[in-house]
Design a protein around this ligand. Sequence first.
Ligand SMILES: N[C@@H](CCC(=O)N[C@@H](CS)C(=O)NCC(=O)O)C(=O)O
Length: 240
Amino acid sequence: MASASELMLLGTAESPFVVRVRMALHMKGLPYEYLQQDLFDKSDLLVSSNPVHKKVPVLIHGGKPVLESLAIVQYIDEAWSGKAATILPADPYQRATARFWAAYADDKLYDAYVGINRAVTEEGRAAKVVETLAAVEQLEAAFAQSSNGKPFFAGNSVGFLDLAVGCHLFWLETMGKMSGVEFVDTGKTPLLAAWAKRFGETEPAKQAVPELDVVVEYAKKRRASRAAAAAAAAAAATAN
Ligand SMILES: N[C@@H](CCC(=O)N[C@@H](CS)C(=O)NCC(=O)O)C(=O)O
């Protein structure tokens, strides 16, 4: 049994990758100490624990850092295998498929929706909206295949892929609010829309997902600072 001092999580409230780990810790009923990080002024602990990427989340278990959110979720599942339900599927083929779609969510979906906020032109933003919608449509098909008519990606209860995709939902909602687009739409992606609602009502999601207004404010600030940096760079280029 872990104690909070034995298990520490370095994170930020708005990071989907941190939310994913918090949901896994909640599923296993593990107490932990949460250390909020400032990514604009990184702590010595963050830099020394993750010297390669200097990113959150970092899980520190008994003084040893565990890195990369998907690897951390798998570590939690394996290190506390006897505690609560398992997170990864038992079947090797299902595990491999779940890992494939988890990687898809991080590579394609995350990249697309984050790109909406990072774009500095309307054209760039529109292109990323299209990419996000396409990624969500792929995940609709993945849900149909993985859930096999059951309520969650993992079947009757929340599992690895639910956490892997579910941690991105609040950002899709945030980007949806800011762009006026319903990314997980009951008409176009009905299975995913019903799952998203169901997933949002589960305890792991309720415990870990931040308030939408807070995330919208955060995203607006990030967008404004990027726009200001792009304008300053353009002005400097004209002056030279
Ligand atoms: N693939 C990593 C992604 C982690 C990541 O991108 N974290 C962001 C916050 S959402 C971060 O720490 N960024 C700080 C930086 O890039 O300097 C994971 O799954 O853990």
